[in-house]
Design a protein. Structure first.
Length: 94
């Protein structure tokens, strides 16, 4: 059985990020999905795309991205290392 998938959709990028950083951004984004994070641009209130957040919509000019503070807290909770706090606090504090 054969399948197809894509890891990088923007092969001709204009970013200052190295190819390794670009791939690391993509892999980190996809790995975060396996830990329960949603795409940052999928929000009932509209397209939010936090600046430099790995979970936002990717673009050809993206630099080396990081996780927004809210997503770091959610990732910590997913792997069991977040301090015991309520979800509303985890989403708003760095």
């Amino acid at each position: 059985m054969h399948g197809s998938f894509a890891v990088v959709i923007n092969v001709n990028w204009t970013s200052g990020a190295t190819f390794a950083q670009y791939m690391a951004n993509t892999v980190s984004h996809e790995l975060a999905h396996t830990l329960g994070l949603n795409d940052a641009y999928l929000n009932a209130g509209g397209n939010i795309n936090p600046p430099n957040d790995i979970m936002r919509a990717g673009g050809v000019a993206d630099a080396d991205l990081t996780f927004a503070a809210q997503n770091i807290n959610l990732l910590k909770a997913a792997v069991g290392i977040q301090a015991s706090i309520d979800l509303a606090t985890a989403l708003t504090r760095p």
